[in-house]
Write a protein that binds this ligand. Sequence first.
Ligand code: BDP
Length: 738
Amino acid sequence: MLRWILFFLLTIPAINLRAEDGYRVWLRFEKISDEPLLKNYRDAISCLQINPVSATLKAAREELTSALQTLLDKKITATTAIADKCIIAGTPASSGTIKQLLAAHNYQLGQDGYTIQAITLNGKRLTVIAAYTDIGVLYGSFAFLRLLQTHQPIAALSIISVPKIQYRILDHWDNLNRSVERGYAGISIWNWHQLPDYIDKRYIDYARYNASIGINGSVLTNVNANSLVLTKEYLIKVKALADVFRIYGIKVYLTAKFSAPIEIGGLETADPLDTTVQNWWKKKCDEIYTLIPDFGGLLIKANSEGQPGPQTYGRTHAEGANMFADALAPHNGIVMWRAFVYDARVQKKEEKFEEGKQGEHSETIASGDRFKKAYNEFKSLDGKFRGNVLVQVKNGPIDFQPREPFSPLFGAMPQTPLMMEFQLTQEYLGQGTHLVYEAPLFKEVLDADTYAEGKGSIVAKVIDGSLDHHSITGIAGVANIGNDIDWTGHPFGQANWYAFGRLAWDYTLSSGDIATEWIRQTFTNNKFFVESTKKIMMASREAAVDYMTPLGLHHIMGTSHHYGPAPWIDNAGRADWNPVYYHRADADGLGFNRTITGSNALAQYQPQAQQQWSDSNTCDEKFLLWFHHVSWAHTMKNGKLFWDELCTKYQQGVDSARWMQQQWNTSKPFIDEEQFNQVNMLLTIQRKEAEWWKNACLLYFQTFSKMPFPPNVEKPAKTLEYYKQLKFIYAPGIGGNL
Ligand code: BDP
């Protein structure tokens, strides 16, 4: 009997007992499935020489050793001597060979860059991963593993890679009670209660994953800040995280609440020009740096959505930011000062704006368009910020909508380093359940031409400092990470995290190539699967725009939780929280007139940039309703009536969502069943919600257009009243601070 059991156990094929749960994200390092390629890699790699003189180099060694072992299914020996077929990784300080090599070639690698070279030295075939810094070596090691995981040839490698942007940061909107504002993947991964003594393995994996895509900073807390994080009790916890992240080149940052000197410092004011306040922040920063010598700096949301700020004391954003800058400068810390502003003072004008008539170009209207707020408040402050301040600007003028024109600030503050803020978490893109690949959205903005210094002054060149010769540069992504087993809730949310890191490193990479890389590492290198999944990803953002907000519609989702369509809402707390404020549907037509006959927000752009949008007949139709109130009978470029085109776009969005699911169904044989099913269920939700968006929006807009649906558009399943009465009081994503 025992013999039979043994026989049975030994002969059953290796079964993957643990289903793929997504925890390992794109760093799975499964055995190379392509036999000839596996042989080829095995022939080329047999040992690893890396002198672990620092914790970071030790991490690089561990990463390479364990990944190579599983990828190649072969023991890789660590050597101190240089042998044939060795990978040699290190810096001039850790390796004599690398010192010679770098000296001979004079590679320009900067602080974070690396080179990977396949060379022959004294008759030995070697793969060299070299950098001037330890973190560069770690980045190079991950890049090399990426090549293997994506089945690339390695025999003739000659790569030099240097990041284009210096600060590549994830912003967590995580609260101290572990709720996550706009988070759809569980609660916060920071377990403040257990810190500092309990170091969750997830902290290490978080750092590894980020390092593998070049992210080098993490803002741990919500922009709607809680002063408590700046108390000693919490700073000790922050230090514990910093100690873990440091090894992987990740600096920690915190959000600072402007009123902290009052709330936790016992002062009576937080006025930035008051010396007691200034001294309080200086002491606070000294305290932070005593605990965390490489602390990154502070991110501040001020005078926006109820947050206190310098304007509370009659001071400017620059005066506020500079107070922090002065406190951080002795420690080489930076200030990230957000330009996402619309404060209470401005609100009164907005109320007047509601009373004003469209087309009446008065000062009230001019200042009432929320589109114009950031520019109006910041433009005049250009050149007034200290050298260690970055002004962090959201990609668009309103708020992370499925499609926005680029923020006009990007072409307007040449003397100030501007930092890009993207949102990875899908607050306005189907939240936790829609597959929306965001790289095309990021690229669309980065590639947009501001014309600030003539043609070719693209947003990316503003951000990377090359346009205006800035030496500090940054880009931030609002994280989509939570404590769900797969980190992002939706398995494809990981692609947005990945793409953000890759583009922060090199914005010239294409969305398609990044998708391909990610799919190969995350799922499989199977050609059919890769191509088919890439098609889904590449179509997904446009699909979401079409079924939610086509032709330049924006901000028409449910109030507060921002879930689902609610273009009819007109009773939210302030004018510019209401969808009706943004779409302006009436008997004549639809859209927000931001031309000279309306709010004239267009004037915030350079003349050449304005031109592409200023005339409703020539305007790029993707942005039509951002800038024009067009009549229902307006003739589109394809000759259709605007109303018919609007209906058709919504229908196309629904059709695309259906197509995405059909396409996904063809991939069933190629991946883990559980993962296949998981995505399939999510695609069902996405399809249903796409239909819901189309039906609700078209029925509502039809009450103004009074026109029939064109024949190609499916009749809505329910009545407008039905859609209007839907309530979602427990929709996810609303943080504890709201
Ligand atoms: C909006 C979010 C809100 C954030 C705010 C911000 O709805 O939760 O606090 O942006 O960026 O998109 O400050």
